[in-house]
Design a protein around this ligand. Structure first.
Ligand code: MN
Length: 292
């Protein structure tokens, strides 16, 4: 099953061999327009939503998938967790002393999330490079705290694609990774029943048709259950939380006019345009020596 957000925080199920979107928003009950949390509500109440779907399928609106405006499948999670240095080949290409097994996780601002039909906007930071990172993102279903690796997959709702966009530099990682538009998610959430083994997925990222990153999640230093367990040892996980699993080698700069495409086996694919913005510098970038 694949779920999309579209048309102003509406939630849809993709049906009919990916041709149609069934609008299940009416099954979620009344909600304010802000914040846009309908997908979080759908995930938190998924058994009831499916029951409602079976009861009232005939009364729900259906749209052609290519006629709806896709938004980020999750735009307002409780938290957006991310793992640094989680593939050995990326650690080596960055000559990094970090690794996920030693450093744990960080957070990325929710407001950096955009959908598959939006554009990545580069901040104006002369002397700095803005890189793409190709990542599998895990979407939490059932929340919890102190989750064991053995039971961690019971807490997964599904998976989506993430381009973790990052300014290279010595500033705080959260700031370098939290610019608006720096977290394209999509094109949909693929539920876990359609992903036989999240720890054995091919993933790849290309820029203007040239493959820059190609890997398999079996090479993650911390695998998906270990990441869920680690995060939940610190923070309660909630339905809809996003865990970015880290990037393999091949990261590189994005420039105005680029098209960046990500594809993950059994999950999905999307392509985004890159544009140059005219703001975004601050004294931290102006004072520091760039590290690219
Ligand atoms: Mn990353």
């Amino acid at each position: 099953m694949k779920l999309v957000s579209f048309g102003g925080d509406r939630v849809g199920l993709i049906d009919n061999d990916r041709k149609d979107v069934v609008d299940i928003t009416p099954l979620l009950g009344e909600a304010p327009h802000f914040p846009p949390m309908n997908m979080v509500r759908a995930i938190a109440n998924f058994p009831e939503v499916i029951e409602g779907l079976q009861r009232s399928r005939g009364s729900l609106n259906v749209h052609a998938l290519d006629a709806v405006e896709l938004e980020a499948p999750i735009s307002w999670p409780n938290k957006f967790v991310a793992f640094p240095a989680n593939y050995q080949d990326h650690i080596e290409e960055m000559s990094s002393r970090n690794r996920s097994t030693v450093n744990g996780f960080f957070l990325k601002a929710n407001s950096s999330i955009i959908g598959p039909q939006s554009q990545i906007t580069l901040p104006m930071l002369p002397g700095y490079e803005v890189h793409h990172e190709c990542e599998l993102a895990v979407i939490i279903g059932q929340g919890g705290r102190h989750i064991s690796p053995e039971s961690a997959l019971d807490h997964v709702f599904g998976y989506t694609c993430l381009v973790d966009v990052t300014v290279r530099g010595s500033q705080e990682r959260v700031m370098r990774k939290s610019y608006d538009t720096f977290a394209p998610l999509g094109p949909w959430i693929t539920t876990k029943d359609e992903v036989p083994d999240a720890d054995a997925l091919d993933l790849q990222l290309s820029v203007n048709g040239e493959v820059r990153q190609r890997a398999n999640t079996r090479d993650l230093l911390l695998n998906v259950p270990s990441m869920i367990s680690l995060v939940s040892s610190v923070s309660t996980l909630y339905p809809g939380d996003v865990i970015a699993t880290g990037t393999p080698a091949g990261v590189g700069p994005l420039r105005e006019g680029d098209t960046v495409s990500i594809r993950i086996e059994s999950v999905g694919s999307m392509s985004l345009q890159v544009r140059q913005g005219d703001g975004g510098s601050n004294l931290a970038f102006e004072r520091a020596t760039s590290v690219v």
